[in-house]
Ligand binder design. Structure first.
Ligand code: ATP
Ligand code: MG
Length: 586
């Protein structure tokens, strides 16, 4: 490709609304343009990268035996009503009505559509397992679209759904997808950590997210430095540290704590540790009143509570609601008036018999020496794990202190079980001729988010350095020549490279060398060949490795020789990447 007939709308300045590196660089390198909030157009150079990522995903999914489909993006409301998600999905769903007043939505995901499609095609156990997928557009009306294409409102997802006769078969495909995902991400140069997204039960975890460690990540991962455990903090079980005894607060009875409402304020005021206090969190879960007690230095993990209650909406209880229940905001303690309309939950880390400092259920007062056993034990109140994991907590698998990182989720694999196969009544005849409900898995990858995440991992002060497998062009040939004879010589080299099947962008634009170098480094082609003064005067070519920025000068002999040289460099880069892919799979 000749740059003079291509489109390279690079920019020097960062766009004003971009805060993360990938967003800034995708805009500056002319890969995307913003159309509206959370909506982006891909320009030719950006589209080449996106297509290559799709290509890697497709190749690996096909290799794993999955079958590619393409379904309509517009989906009828009926199928969502059948699964019960028409109401559940809330505002994230783009809904619309056609001219006949029929309701539809722009699919945010396609479990329903695939279920309806696959159902009549699987009749016998012999038709299973089957893993179906598409690489297609999804719409989600995100509350906060941000970070460019990392969280947008229209994006490309690879979504796959597998159907099975039993759990054993589901697990087999799930494990294959797990490996496939690791190959896919490594294949595009991304290093990912699979984290448990569900506490899981016997027989392995039910859900894993593939995370890219990054300071801009919206998720927090807990990682064990000793064993292979890694989890999303949302789901990390919290286990009490062994052999630690807490020092009880030296004092008993009512304490005057004027205007000291927060745990930190009270602990400071009483000169004690936060863990000696009892934290009370009052919430409303789908309209029901809930009160959770935690150790003072712990935060409530709302996700754990939501899962335990099976509720959709969880919000803090308002002061008026507290008043009707006899709760004193900021000063709640176990002695509040008991009521059937308030459910009590006690975090597993709490000790029934430890003497805690708690709110005295009276403004400006706390009380020391309170034991939970005296109030709740035997009352049907049980302890459950509701607190958020912290750095240093014991690893749920081996007990070593956990560390934490921020992460971006690029993919998700999930054992769905029979939720959708039951809703859509997807049954097959088993080997004894008996109708059996199938079980399902689902597997998603955010294609655009992957592209941006690669840039988050592969950028420096000059711009992007693309992994060879997804670079818009492998080689950028920068020529600096004015004389027609020289240009003809360079053109013949360009043609030799093209003929050898190398993806080369020849920057033949009538611009200064500095400008061309900057553009090539900003866009990030893995290899740059410069044919300038050295070439014209001394028959020398320079080759730059964009990632290392190491430049070497070689004597030019023949076009063939140059092509061989470049092919070797490409092969080295490809082999390096392939090594990462093999490593990732294990
Ligand atoms: P998130 O927690 O980031 O909102 P999610 O759990 O909603 O993600 P899934 O429904 O599992 O995501 O979708 C599969 C994949 O699609 C995600 O792993 C992610 O890579 C991608 N994805 C999800 N939402 C977006 C979005 N708004 N913009 C770009 N990619 C997205
Ligand atoms: Mg989401």
């Amino acid at each position: 490709m000749k740059a003079s007939s291509y489109l390279i709308p690079t920019a020097k300045e960062d766009p004003q609304d971009a805060v993360v590196a990938s967003h800034k660089l995708m805009m500056r390198a002319g890969l995307i343009r913003k159309s509206a909030a959370g909506l982006y157009s891909y320009l030719p150079m950006g589209l080449r990268v996106l297509r290559k990522i799709e290509g890697i995903v497709r190749k690996e999914m096909d290799k794993a035996g999955a079958l590619e489909f393409q379904l309509p993006i517009l989906t009828p409301s009926e199928i969502w009503k059948e699964s019960g998600r028409w109401d559940k999905m809330g505002k994230e769903m783009f809904r619309l009505k056609d001219r006949h007043d029929n309701e539809s939505c722009l699919g945010p995901t396609h479990e329903e559509s695939f279920c309806v499609l696959v159902k009549p095609m699987v009749r016998s156990y012999k038709d299973l397992p089957i893993n179906v997928y598409q690489i297609h557009t999804k719409f989600r009306d995100e509350i906060r679209p941000r970070f460019g294409v990392i969280r947008s409102r229209e994006f490309t997802m690879k979504d796959a759904y597998s159907f099975h006769l039993d759990d054993e078969s589901l697990d087999k495909t799930y494990q294959t997808m797990r490996k496939t995902y690791r190959r896919i991400f490594a294949g595009m140069g991304l290093s990912t950590i699979p984290v448990q997204a569900d506490s899981g039960n016997m027989g392995g975890s039910a859900s894993e997210e593939f995370m890219v460690v990054s300071p801009i990540g919206e998720e927090t991962l807990t990682i064990c430095p000793s064993c292979h455990y890694s989890g999303n903090i949302e789901k990390t079980p919290v286990i009490a540290k062994k052999n630690t005894t807490k020092q009880t607060f030296n004092g008993n009875g009512k304490l005057h704590t004027p205007a000291k409402k927060s745990i930190t304020e009270v602990a400071e005021f009483l000169n004690t540790k936060e863990e000696n206090l009892l934290k009370a969190v009052a919430l409303v879960a789908d309209g029901e009143y809930v009160l959770v007690f935690l150790e003072g230095d712990r935060e409530l993990n709302e996700n754990k509570l939501k899962n335990h209650l099976g509720c959709n909406e969880l919000r803090p209880m308002g002061p008026a609601e507290m008043e009707t229940l006899g709760l004193v905001p900021g000063f709640i303690g176990p002695g509040f008036p008991k009521s059937d309309s308030l459910k009590i939950y006690i975090d597993a880390l709490l000790d029934w018999n430890f003497s805690y400092i708690t709110g005295a259920n009276e403004i400006d007062h706390h009380i020391a020496g309170i034991q939970l056993s005296a109030f709740f034990q035997g009352d049907g109140v049980t302890k459950i794990d509701l607190s958020q994991a912290k750095v240093g907590d014991p690893c749920p698998s081996c007990g070593t202190g956990l560390t934490a990182e921020k992460g971006i989720e690029v993919g998700h694999i999930f054992k769905l079980g029979q939720k959708y196969s039951k809703a859509f009544d997807i049954t097959v005849l088993n080997d004894k001729g008996k109708a059996t409900t199938t079980t399902m898995g689902c597997y998603g990858i955010g294609v655009n988010r992957c592209m941006a995440t690669v840039i988050e991992q592969c950028n420096d002060d000059k711009g992007i350095f693309w992994p060879i497998s997804i670079a818009p062009f492998t080689v950028c040939l920068v020529s600096i020549a004015k004389n027609p004879d020289d240009i003809a010589k360079i053109e013949s080299i360009y043609h030799s490279l093209v003929k050898a099947g190398i993806e080369v962008l020849w920057d033949d634009r009538d611009l200064g060398p500095g400008f061309k170098f900057k553009d090539s480094e900003l866009i990030g082609f893995p290899i740059r060949i410069t044919l300038g003064k050295g070439f014209l005067e001394k028959n020398e070519i320079t080759i730059l490795n964009r990632k290392s920025m190491v430049e070497e000068t070689l004597p030019f002999t023949t076009n063939e020789d140059l092509v061989t040289n470049i092919q070797k460099k490409i092969l080295t880069l490809e082999e390096e990447l392939e090594k990462q892919v093999s490593l990732a799979e294990t």
